[in-house]
Structures are given as structure tokens and as C-alpha cells.
Design a binder for this molecule. Structure first.
Ligand SMILES: C[S@@+](CC[C@H](N)C(=O)[O-])C[C@H]1O[C@@H](n2cnc3c(N)ncnc32)[C@H](O)[C@@H]1O
Length: 276
């Protein structure tokens, strides 16, 4: 079996087009060249030695494991705790208190799509815990999805590097993490309170797997990898997944191509929108 696969530009383009259709991520040849090593590893793992065979399996035999391995290899999973943390503070100090009602424990459903390896979802939990008695006044359900199965596994394990946690306020790191060698293990109660699910945002059965609508959706730093058309259809997905008057939190580079008939900016905080 060959241990080095020399993919041509045309073959890389075919892979890029396949992944674009499957995941929405636009992958030009110059980007795919950076992933060549990872693609070679997949060839080896699946005992495939020609591109023709590989592509045939991808397209026609639809090997779910092969498609998942390629997806995991080609997605950009960069994330860290407390990233763009002003939004977490707006959530816990301004938006969630609006859901509180006297004499009733209101349920609030939060979706983090995509959650990558869990840092963003846990940061949301930490900011809620840090906001005093909010956690006793609301019944908060929080769910994270990502198309990358390895990232979902990592999120469920909750073990992070120093680099990943270094932006966290010290008191949160000290209270909710235990140091294990050079790594940081997040408290088990936080892991048990979250639900992580491997899922594609474009999956037509997503709403069913997610069990209905959400009050708040975080979608940060995924739409930047989509083209205008896929971004627009993704905003449509968020709109459908959201309760009336739900809130959408985006990353600073994610907001263009939004349909102004679907969401309107809210007056406080940046890149936070309300469902119309
Ligand atoms: C750069 S990370 C952003 C993670 C986190 N939201 C943050 O801002 O720190 C982008 C994530 O989007 C995920 N992703 C890409 N396409 C997706 C899709 N179609 N459905 C679900 N997740 C997807 C990738 O696997 C990756 O983990």
C-alpha cells in the first residue's frame, strides 16, 4: 500500500466539492493542500491506495466512517474558554434575567451550534453560575452540537490544555477545574448538566434530534467558513429552531448575508439578534 498519496489539484477540488455539499464548508484547493497529511492518514486507515477508490467509496458506497473521518480532518475547530466573553456577560446579566418570572421556574433552552470541543458551552455555563442566584431561578437546558465527532468526544471528556483555559477569570478556573498533570479537568457536574451531540447544522432531521425549539442560540465562528448561499440557509435553520422572540448570538465575522426579515439586532451587546 502506498504511504504517500500524490493528489492532483483536480482530485483535491473534487474532495473540496464533496465536503462543501456535505457540510457547507467551502474548501478551495490551496486550503486543502494544508490538510494533505491528514488526508493521507485517512487513506492508510481505510486501506485505500488510489484516489479513484477513495472517491468512489465516498460518493457511492457512502461509508459513514470514511465521511466522518474526512469531515473531522477538514473542519477548523479552533476555540478556547472565554472567547469574546462580553457576550456571555450580556447573556447572564441582561438577557437571562428577562426570563425570570415570580413563582415559577421557567425553562430556558440554549443551543450552542457549533460547540467544537466544548469550551464555549462550558464558558456559558460558568458565566451563568458566576451570576449568583440565576441558576436557582431558571431551569436551564444547554445543548452543544458539532459536525466533528472527535470534538464532541473531547467536549464530553472535559479535559483541556493550559492554553485553552488561560483567558478564564482565575476564580472560575480555581473553582470549577482540577489540574491533572499539565491538563485541566472541568467539574463533572458541569459535564453531566450538558448534552453534546454530533450533528450537521444542515441535517433535515436536526430539529427532531434536538427535541424542538430553543430560546437562545449561539453560533460563533462557523458561518465564516460558509459561502453566502449556505449562510443564508443556515440563518433559515436557526430561525426554524428558535422559539418566537428567541436570541441569536453570532461571532463578530458571522453577521453578513443575514436576512433582515428573520432577525433584528438588539440594542445592547454586539452581534446579538432577536428572532422576528
Ligand atoms: C472555529 S470552530 C468554532 C467553535 C466555537 N463556536 C467558537 O467560536 O469558539 C467551528 C466549528 O464548526 C464546526 N462545523 C463546521 N461545519 C459544520 C456543520 N455543517 N454543522 C455543524 N458544525 C459544523 C466545525 O467542526 C468546528 O468545530
Amino acid at each position: 500500500m502506498a504511504n504517500k498519496i500524490d493528489l492532483t489539484q483536480e482530485e483535491l477540488q473534487k474532495l473540496g466539492d464533496f465536503m462543501h455539499k456535505a457540510t457547507g464548508n467551502k474548501l478551495e484547493v490551496h486550503k486543502l493542500l494544508r490538510f494533505k497529511r491528514k488526508i493521507e492518514e485517512i487513506f492508510l486507515k481505510h486501506h485505500i491506495d488510489t484516489f479513484g477508490n477513495f472517491y468512489h467509496q465516498l460518493r457511492f458506497m457512502k461509508s459513514p466512517e470514511l465521511v466522518q473521518d474526512l469531515t473531522n480532518a477538514l473542519t477548523v475547530n479552533e476555540t478556547y474558554f472565554w472567547r469574546e466573553h462580553e457576550q456571555f456577560l450580556t447573556l447572564s446579566k441582561e438577557i437571562l434575567p428577562k426570563f425570570v418570572t415570580p413563582n415559577k421556574l421557567e425553562k430556558v433552552r440554549i443551543l450552542v451550534a457549533p460547540c467544537s470541543s466544548g469550551e464555549e458551552l462550558y464558558s456559558i455555563m460558568l458565566s451563568i453560575l458566576d451570576a449568583g442566584n440565576l441558576i436557582e431561578k431558571l431551569n436551564i437546558e444547554i445543548v452543544g452540537i458539532d459536525i466533528d465527532s472527535a470534538m464532541i468526544q473531547k467536549a464530553k471528556t472535559g479535559l483541556y490544555t493550559k492554553r485553552s483555559v488561560e483567558k478564564l477569570p482565575k476564580h472560575l478556573l480555581e473553582t470549577y477545574f482540577k489540574q491533572v498533570g499539565s491538563l485541566y479537568q472541568i467539574d463533572k457536574t458541569l459535564i453531566d448538566s450538558a448534552r453534546f451531540l454530533q450533528a450537521n447544522i444542515f441535517d433535515e432531521n436536526l430539529s427532531e434530534s434536538l427535541g424542538g425549539e430553543y430560546d437562545i442560540i449561539f453560533s460563533r465562528n462557523m458561518l465564516i467558513y460558509f459561502n453566502a448561499e449556505d449562510k443564508r440557509s443556515c440563518f433559515g435553520v436557526f430561525h426554524k429552531l428558535m422559539e418566537p422572540e428567541g436570541f441569536l448570538f453570532l461571532g463578530h465575522a458571522d453577521t453578513n448575508n443575514m436576512d433582515k426579515k428573520l432577525f433584528t439586532p438588539v440594542s445592547y451587546g454586539f452581534h446579538i439578534f432577536k428572532k422576528i
